[in-house]
Design a protein around this ligand. Sequence first.
Ligand code: SF4
Ligand code: SF4
Length: 390
Amino acid sequence: MKGREKLERHKVSLLKCSNYDYDLIKKSILKSFKNLGGIDKYIDKGDKVLLKINLLMKKRPEEATTTHPVFTKALAKVLIDYGAEVIIGDSPGGPFNTSILNGVYRACGIEEISKEVGAELNYNTNSVEMKNEKGLILKNINAIEVLNKVDKVISVSKLKTHGMMMFTGAVKNMFGIVAGLEKAEYHVRMPNIKDFSNALLDICILAKPVLSFMDGIVGMEGNGPSGGDPRQVGAVIASTSPYHLDVVATSLIGINPGKVPTIQRSVERGICEGNFNDIEIIGERIEELKINDFIVPEIRSLDLLDGKLPKFMRTIINELMQPKPVFNKNICVGCEKCFESCPPQVITMINRKPSVKLDECIRCFCCQELCPVNAIDIHRPILMKLLARL
Ligand code: SF4
Ligand code: SF4
């Protein structure tokens, strides 16, 4: 890179794993540790390790919204056998309380595997303000208290598309260290994708995962992170760097990493190059596992037009190309989850059906993310789809 010091090469382990057979995954996890230099390089015996998995909402494992319980079980078992104490946790969407956590742990199959393997489930629902000196825009973050009670954090994400951010992987997974409904405040404070993706990086920097694993065995394509379709990918990915892991994961599903907001910010901030110059892949070649027709949503972003049109035209066109949430009232069951989770509170319930003030909608798609019956679609104007290809 011109004018910048040459970045160190980060190791990313990429392995084939075709299904959720426990022994197969455990083998892949052991191999991943070996590829990254050995478990003892990162974890000390007796360490308390938080597995920050993705537990967005109550979903069955086969729906591919959450980190698969067998993946979590195999990783926890390897760590416990090594001599670590394992705590499994996340702050799902909606309020952060014991009753919601219980429901999510049970539905997602995590309660069962934690008992089988002897891992603890996090029920500490306190949050603490933590200083984040290395953050760019978030210098203080209200994080879940368990983060302060462990020695190490491992990000255990799920490979998925995302309506607002295009892709959710190892970096976006760390947004779950922000407690419950406080996540909504971040959306309100930073409705712009560029600011929000910078905030996601700040949160990941604070959480500082010592390692990142990704359950890419069955990912989600289309209307992610919860309303899309499961898609076989067959990959277990691991790295010391969540930023570099995401570059490999996006490439694997045919996304140009340079189009993903969190990767764009990582490049701007000199954390990674956004390509393979600073990555050493150990294991399979990307081409061995690459999927070229993975369905990926176009995202709303003025960045797409930066430098391509004058500012006044961008403002007008941006208005015309805004995607919008569309509520299918025939599918809606009136649960009010969208109403409760809308950060700027622009949804009202009329006769048990949601109605949205679109002119005040910040297009965060939290409503779509948390609808339990996929009754919310993101409508993307044709103009937006065309411009997104520019
Ligand atoms: S979250 Fe979905 S099902 Fe629940 S009220 Fe909103 S649209 Fe209806
Ligand atoms: S209506 Fe949906 S997309 Fe719009 S601000 Fe509310 S949660 Fe976000």
